[in-house]
Write a protein of this length. Sequence first.
Length: 447
Amino acid sequence: AARTKTLEAGASRSASGKGRGEYRYRSPLISPFDEPREGGDGRPTVKRVRIKSSANSCGEHEDGIEVITPEELYVRYVARSVPVVIEGFWEDYIKDPLFRKGWTSRGIAERWEEYVDLWKEQNPNLWSDNDDIDPSVVQVQHNDDNLFQRIRHFAGEGYRFVFPDNEAMKFSEFVELFEEQERKLKSHEQIDEYVALGTGGLPIFERNDGIDLSFVRFLNDSFPPNPLGDVFDESHLDRINVWVQGRGKVSKLHQDMWDNFLGVLSGSKTLYLVDPKYEGNPVYAGLFPQWTNVRDGPGSYRLEKEHEPIQHFSPVDDVLAPDLDRFPRFRHIVEGNHLVRCDLAPGDILFIPSFWWHEVHNHVPAGTYDEGLGSEGGNVAINYWFDPHPMLTSLYEIRRDVFAEHNDWVEDGEELEKEFEMVARRNYAIRQRKLAEEGRNDASEKD
């Protein structure tokens, strides 16, 4: 019964006297949010800035957008873990047709093959036909829907993180599968299964490998820069990866332990963010068992149970229409308008601070430039992952471990499933009674 009460907002209190269901937020020194943009959905939006260049100067505002230096970007946003959009930072690159062609899915595949051939030629001792080290091979996920990694609810079992099946193949082979999938989606044909790059996308730089052997060094000047420029300390760079996403693909609500810049080259993205500073665990973070959606053949899948649990995904499966009977603490995020929206167009870069919860929706609007370059059109983006402040990392890891300790969905799986059901049914009954009472009151007022 005590555990059940923790599922209801404001129901229980800690020893310190502060309610676990209460929501308090420590604001940063500057607001990370703008008022809702015209034509949006009424949610607050991530603040947008531009970086000083030869075409503008600091303090100017282009269409109401402030122009700042890379130093100001670091001090005001990155160092304070405040999300921000650097608008149009890559727009001059994207205007170049040769650049655009090189960053279509097919363009990336062609240059990747060139890079792999050069890498094998220069590193004969690190690779052979029988060696596990083969940079031409990437991990590709197959799944029976377009959501891929997420926490799903199973009646009688509870909540489980379901990981897609992975297959190793050449990047060029993935592109062929991806192009066929996008052609079918664009023409509204039946899709039996979906394909996506595995966790980490196309790895084009890994800290352990060094910059000299990376795809980034191979591309040289044709690789778009990060917005911090010389301010950025490359020793803190963990990895860089490329995402080639299909239309409609959604990465459900999750968090990452690195700071990162997410830049869009083609297509567009809509992200929904939740600040990790809210107390009361409104996203129901915890420790969830991991299952795998094993692929036995094209379109044929089965669940393989119990692997190591994960704790960086939320079970709130739809941030835009959450089941508030089942997840009553998320009501604070909805009713308080604390779900922050961010729209990214080609050339835009979003800074996502470590541990911020975010859900990503990928779009391929009609007329996306890939279609004019011999490609079906895709959503191509680049992630720069780098170390956050070590003190911040320690604080959030402690906080996350506390959530896992008090919300161990692995240990309490079946029991907790019953509690979720009980709370959902009770909250639904209360809501129905209120609606009925409001209806009677309306009727009496009319009489």
